[in-house]
Write a protein that binds this ligand. Sequence first.
Ligand code: MTE
Length: 350
Amino acid sequence: MIVRSRSPVNAEPPASALAEDDITATNAFYCRNHGPIPDIAAKRWRLRVDGAVARPLELTYHELTTRFPAHDVVATLACAGNRRAELLKVRPIPGKDPWAQGAISTAAWRGARLADILRAAGVTPADGLHVAFDAPDVAQEACPVQTYGSSIPLGKALSGDVLLAWQMNGEPLPRLHGGPVRVVVPGFIGARSVKWVIGITVQPCESRNYFQAVDYRLLPADPDPGEAGIALSSLALSCGILVPDDGATVPAGPLSVRGYAIADDSRRVARVEVSVDGGASWRPAALRPGRSRWAWRPWTCTVAAQPGPLRVVARAWDDTGATHPESPAALWNPGGYANNSWPRVDVTVR
Ligand code: MTE
């Protein structure tokens, strides 16, 4: 793992580790923390469900894992700050980790559907409601210092694949990734998948937690004072190159390029293309189906590598015909979020 900070623990796998399998090994899955990792034994864990519900609940781990049907979802989690390092080359972003391209990973999650728990609590679906999640880890970087929290619209919470997960890749959810129980919100930025969740509130507004109301928002490049920005929710259409490694030396001849593509919350990846001439011409990549509707789609493409320096770039298209921007310069923002510009890898061909 490439460690971005030790306290709190933040680390990302190298691209080669992500390329090994469609499902990321648990010990290679990126970890993103804003505070110290809580130590909550499953038998001590409690979940409170309250707010705009007819029957507020308090659930134990045993009740969560036995009263509600277990549901399996393979989902890719991606941090909104993934590939911030490329934005940092455009303009500095003080105080933010320089994630390369590894703040994204895919796991098989098992848990209860959040929709089932909200229904057991007697929620009445209505426009404009949000579901806020509370966790016990304290973030010193928040202003004022506070525990971690976030929210998603009620419509997303009831959509069926949002989980209160207790298993990751067939094992009890590790502490580092939110054990004993975390939220998994497929299709949304990782920040909404709240780890060590202990409270769920149905409410008429977004969470007022720092990580919803202040951080993880897309500000204009030069914001006016008081500018609130846009709360990030759905992932953006994007792709990544995992093989070859940036900076690698490769033999002349056919070069196999491998990567992944993800679409936004409501769309599907429909095409990936690779260029070795700066985007003047493109070769279609062979796309494999994702392990689920919420998992990245792996792709491969063989290009001709002539001796000398070679830059490989890629781009994805979704099923509405939309694609993503060429340059990180067009995307720079003060938080360094949502960089979905064309991925590029520079190699030397010998
Ligand atoms: N939940 C809590 N309680 N505390 C956190 O710091 N980080 C969030 C989210 N959930 C966070 C959290 C962010 S920013 C991301 S990208 C994902 O967890 C990362 O999950 P992972 O560490 O399992 O990869």
